[in-house]
Design a protein around this ligand. Structure first.
Ligand code: SF4
Length: 307
């Protein structure tokens, strides 16, 4: 992966997703996790998987924004990249961002697929307004390697989740995207819910695969090359793929059934269904929004600089 410096002029941006307006901070563009279904790829730049744009001046820009403007809402880290992807271990821009948010008393929520967030366990645990959500699509390692080749193994994620929970940080998982025919098999999403509960998580959410032309092209290539053309054919039928897709939501009935499955299992496991927003006031896990999913990528949102 090529690493390129890309100075930024704005650190916090607003996003609008299904009527919810929030704030997001993306210290990097590009991501080395190479998830086949990644929503953030195409609209950012075509080399999303192969180039990491490192915003070295991000902390300085953020510091200025925070001094010049009142930021009252929780900040989402990050909507269009993984803030704890491997290169964060050396660049530490996410860490510096978190330190600044903490200094200004701003709650934040981390979305990641990485166990590397454990490096900052003490930092997050020392602060009342932190929350970590792991995007955990499956605990089947073979399938996980296939669709998210460079992400942390599920067992490492679950181990770190437990460490955060024991340290008092609200944690949970977003099972998203569920890929029909690949990660929605009998009992699979239920296994993820149970694993989250056993690892000290307090909430779980779910969402089904969204498709766009570039996502389908990658997905189809992968499935064909691995001799899974039957799954590709099934997806074609389910999403009514015939020529150009544009952007394609999952069939409503399919997603509804998935939500019911996960909500039911969450209730049984004692988890809240839906992702809360962190607040600076106890109790920390007040559910104020449901279904804020990891597909909250800026490519599916309208976003604008707030400052
Ligand atoms: S889905 Fe998230 S973790 Fe995966 S490549 Fe895209 S930005 Fe990275």
């Amino acid at each position: 992966m090529r690493v390129l410096p890309k100075p930024c002029s704005v650190a916090i941006r607003s996003f609008l997703y299904q009527g919810f307006r929030g704030l997001t901070a993306n210290p990097y563009n590009g991501c080395g996790h190479r998830c086949v279904y990644c929503y953030a790829t195409f609209e950012w730049f075509p080399n999303f998987y192969d180039e990491l744009h490192v915003k070295h001046n991000f902390p300085q820009v953020l510091a200025r924004q925070l001094i010049e403007n009142r930021v009252g809402q929780p900040v989402f880290l990050s909507s269009a990249t993984d803030p704890y992807q491997p290169h964060e271990q050396s660049f530490k821009i996410t860490r510096k961002t978190v330190e600044l948010l903490q200094r200004h008393g701003i709650p934040y929520y981390i979305f990641t697929k990485s166990a590397g967030v454990v490096r900052d366990l003490e930092l997050h645990a020392s602060y009342n307004g932190s929350m970590v959500v792991w995007s955990l699509t499956t605990i089947n390692e073979k399938v996980k390697r296939l669709i998210e080749p460079y992400t942390s193994p599920a067992r490492s994620v679950l181990k770190v989740m437990r460490e955060f929970a024991e340290a008092g940080v609200p944690v949970g998982a977003n099972i998203d995207p569920v890929i029909p025919g690949l990660t929605d098999l009998d009992g699979w999403v239920e296994e993820v819910v149970d694993a989250v509960a056993e690892s000290g998580g307090s909430f779980v959410s779910v969402g089904a695969l969204r498709l766009r032309d570039d996502i389908w092209a990658r997905m189809n290539n992968l499935l064909q090359s691995r001799g899974m053309s039957d799954i590709a054919d099934m997806l074609k039928k389910l999403y009514k793929i015939d020529g150009s897709l544009g952007y394609r939501e999952p069939p409503h009935a399919y997603e509804e059934q998935l939500i019911q499955r996960v909500a039911r299992r969450a209730r049984r496991a004692g988890l809240t269904f839906g992702i809360p927003l962190p607040t600076m006031n106890k109790p920390r896990n007040t559910l104020i929004q449901t279904q804020l999913s990891s597909y909250l990528e800026e490519s599916f949102m309208s976003s604008e600089a707030i400052i």
